[in-house]
Ligand binder design. Structure first.
Ligand code: 13P
Ligand code: ZN
Length: 285
């Protein structure tokens, strides 16, 4: 199948009270691991490519690999720009073949976030590409791994959310409710009352960033209260590093291992964590 947009996979999730996982592709190995996990679990999948990771990637090469992977599978695959930071980068992503984009205007004033998001929605929808935007600010950096904390002052405001969704015509809204990127300092505390109000007011699929570190119970509650897309990256990155470290330690004590052999193990460990998360996101009871 060719790539599909966000609406195609999020609308049924929104109505059926489950969430679709959005996992970051930072290499062809990660791409293979995520697709294999989705195949094993027979679920639609969102492949995130973050603007901050593009410094490590040849986007045209990755585009070709992602399109090939989508063509080979019967599953619905969304290729989604993660945390696009400007009109120009979103335009470039659309040109490269992304089927969906996120514009992250969380660093802007409310008015400027509305203005820029509106323009991006116009351009993207004209190209048949769906748009996720962020209101309030999810803590930390989406590059993953660093410890971060969510600031209450940056939580999504209910009244602003109503106006933002109405004005911009976005397809999904990323909310800040205590979630943050990278490793959490202590257990994450999500504001479920705020989430429930945001669900009632926006009536569009809501997105939870900073998925790594949230408990199964936390995910299930969030899904019951309107979360339809969950972004997950740091956990995969950590898993890959741990497997790599273990394999290299083994190599020191037991002798030579071929690099592809080690990478196969890394890939498998990433696939395993993606499968675990998919299972948690779908089966909320
Ligand atoms: P984590 O890296 O904390 O899982 O967050 C992922 C994310 O939100 C990507 O946009
Ligand atoms: Zn994010």
């Amino acid at each position: 199948m060719s790539l599909v947009d966000l609406k195609k996979v999020l609308q049924p999730a929104y109505e059926g009270k489950y969430a679709i996982g959005a996992f970051n592709v930072i290499s062809v190995d990660f791409l293979e691991a995520i697709i294999k996990a989705a195949e094993a679990k027979k679920t639609p999948i969102i492949l995130n490519t973050a603007e901050v990771h593009m410094q490590y990637l040849d986007i045209e090469l990755i585009a070709a690999a992602i399109k090939e992977a989508a063509n080979r599978t019967k599953l619905d695959v969304v290729w989604h720009l993660d945390h696009g930071l400007s009109f120009e980068s979103v335009a470039k992503a659309i040109k490269s073949g992304f089927s969906s984009v996120m514009f992250d205007g969380s660093h802007l004033s409310f008015e400027e976030n509305i203005r820029q998001t509106k323009e991006i929605v116009k351009m993207s929808h004209a190209a048949g590409v769906t748009v996720e935007a962020e209101l309030g600010a999810v803590g930390g950096s989406e590059e993953g791994d660093l410890i971060s904390v969510a600031s209450k002052a940056m939580y999504t405001n209910i009244e602003q959310a109503r106006e933002f969704v109405e004005e911009t015509k976005i397809d999904a809204l990323a909310v800040a409710i205590g979630n943050s990127h990278g490793k959490y300092k202590g257990d994450p505390v999500l504001d479920f009352e705020l989430l429930s109000d945001l669900k009632d007011i926006t009536r569009i699929p809501l997105v939870l960033h900073g998925g790594s570190g949230i408990s199964t119970e936390g995910f299930h509650k969030a899904i019951d209260l309107g979360i339809s897309k969950i972004n997950f990256y740091t956990g995969m990155s950590q898993q890959a590093l741990t497997t790599l470290k273990n394999e290299l330690n083994k190599e020191e004590s037991e002798g030579y291992n071929d690099f592809p052999e080690i990478m196969t193990k890394v890939k498998l460990s990433v696939q395993e964590i993606v499968e675990e998360q998919i299972e948690i996101f779908r089966n909320r009871k």
